[in-house]
Design a protein around this ligand. Structure first.
Ligand code: PMP
Length: 424
């Protein structure tokens, strides 16, 4: 990570090998972490797919349904007003979380995927012309590839892909070569879900802006691992999903600079996104409501606010340092594992470990680990092009959150050893 990114993303404190972070106390707040799978205490290492939820998030969601369930924005009755207040308080919490300037810049979505599609189908479809170029990286999630391919069919835009090197680092020299006055948008993952690579997003934003391009950051994998400041990053769009940040599924946030949202046309029509409707003329609502047609995920937004609040009370720097130690410990153990090849060894990595083991199919590994209570993910991780880059059909992937422990690491490595003994 370059100096500017480091400042903007406030990455882990230096890992010392000793972590003062009270992981036992934190774990106690996640009810699911006390469950067993196949009679074994759960070791949950699939956090890149989705994170577990603390009691505070579960309770906030239930409290909404139990005590003030009502639709938002349209009711004068007490429950509707309370639901609206809490929904809008969630928007303010999201603004604070991202350090956005204004709640008008916070659009609630279903998640990262919907946020990126919104930018493609509203901003890019309106403002990009045939021949205009969009730059993405090789390691993008399908959610940051397919919307641009769909747009290319609609508008004749051109998708250009920045290569990665063998370690999984973005080739920044190639990025600079590909960037030109034809580049209108750079859409880049902050952290790769398949490799763990942390991209130098602050530098990417600066270079892209100098070339006159806008920047969208796919923050699905970064928000739970580093504090994000959209104003320091100066990105134009930033999308993430609540469920990867200890919040509910079905809710996400698209941050966009207010001037862009003002200029962008709505992408879905319906209730709430209008001021007046007649058969002759419809006047659209103000931002961000112009982009929130229909009843939103109210419980999801309230649950997401609970996640923001819960995180605000956490020693986040300690949590990130702890996660970093978990990454180092697991990396060292896997390095010593016979026949294991790590896929993705970037200089700056989040706590994601993709690997293959000679002679073992990742799927078989995943099933055998599950039988020992260890949840990892196997397959292409919705990033088929990066698998193609490494000549693989898939990998096994362990991904950590700050509630994981050294014991989780040790049980994971022991389970891998047993799986190898059974399969070979
Ligand atoms: N981008 C990245 C980097 C991801 O890891 C994911 C989820 N795996 C997504 C986008 C899509 O997120 P969602 O499915 O929550 O929309």
């Amino acid at each position: 990570m370059d100096a500017a990114s480091r400042q903007a993303a406030q990455p882990p404190a230096v890992a010392t090998g000793v972590t003062p972070f009270d992981v036992t106390r934190v774990r106690a707040e996640f009810p699911i972490l006390a469950t067993s799978v196949h009679g074994k205490p759960l070791v949950y290492l699939d956090n890149a797919a989705t994170t577990q939820k603390p009691r505070a998030v579960i309770d906030a969601t239930s409290r909404y349904y139990e005590t003030f369930n009502a639709n938002v924005h349209r009711g004068v009755h007490t429950l509707s007003q309370r639901a609206t207040d809490e929904f809008e308080a969630a928007r303010e919490a999201a603004r604070r979380f991202l350090n956005a300037a204004d709640t008008r810049e916070i659009v609630f979505t279903r998640g990262t995927t919907e946020g990126i599609n919104l930018v493609a189908q509203s901003y890019a479809r309106e403002f990009l012309q045939a021949g205009d170029e969009i730059l993405i990286g090789t390691a993008e999630h399908h959610a940051n590839i397919v919307p641009w391919q769909m747009l290319a069919r609609q508008r004749g835009t051109i998708l250009k892909v920045v290569p990665i090197d063998e370690r999984g680092d973005l080739d920044m020299a190639a990025f600079e070569r590909l960037l030109s006055s034809r580049t209108k948008l750079v859409a880049i993952g902050h952290v790769s879900n398949a490799l763990g690579t942390v991209n130098p997003v602050a530098r990417i934003v600066a270079l892209a802006h100098a070339a006159g391009a806008k920047v969208l950051i796919d923050g699905a994998q970064s928000v739970a691992h580093a504090a994000v400041d959209v104003r320091a990053l100066d990105c134009d769009f930033f999308a993430f999903s609540g469920h990867k940040l200890f919040g509910p599924t079905g809710i996400g946030v698209l941050y966009a600079k207010a001037a862009l949202l003002e200029a962008m046309p709505p992408w879905q029509g319906g209730g709430d996104m209008i001021k007046t409707v007649s058969f002759e003329h419809t006047e659209f609502n103000d931002i961000p409501y112009k982009f929130e047609a229909g009843t939103p995920d109210i419980a999801g937004a309230i649950g997401l606010k609970a996640a923001f609040d819960w995180l605000a009370g956490l020693d986040f720097a300690g949590a990130i340092a702890h996660e970093h130690v978990l990454l180092e410990r697991t990396t060292a153990a896997l390095h010593a594992f016979p026949g294991l090849r790590a896929i993705g060894t970037a200089r700056d990595k989040a706590a994601v470990l993709s690997f293959v083991i000679d002679g073992l199919h990742p799927q078989d590994l995943g099933v055998l680990l599950d039988s020992q209570g260890v949840a990892i993910r196997t397959g292409h991780h919705c990033a088929m092009p990066v698998m193609q880059h490494y000549g693989l059909s898939g990998t096994a992937r362990a991904s950590f959150a700050f509630y994981n422990t050294f014991e989780d690491v040790d049980r994971f490595v022991a389970a891998l050893g047993r799986a190898r003994d059974i399969l070979m």
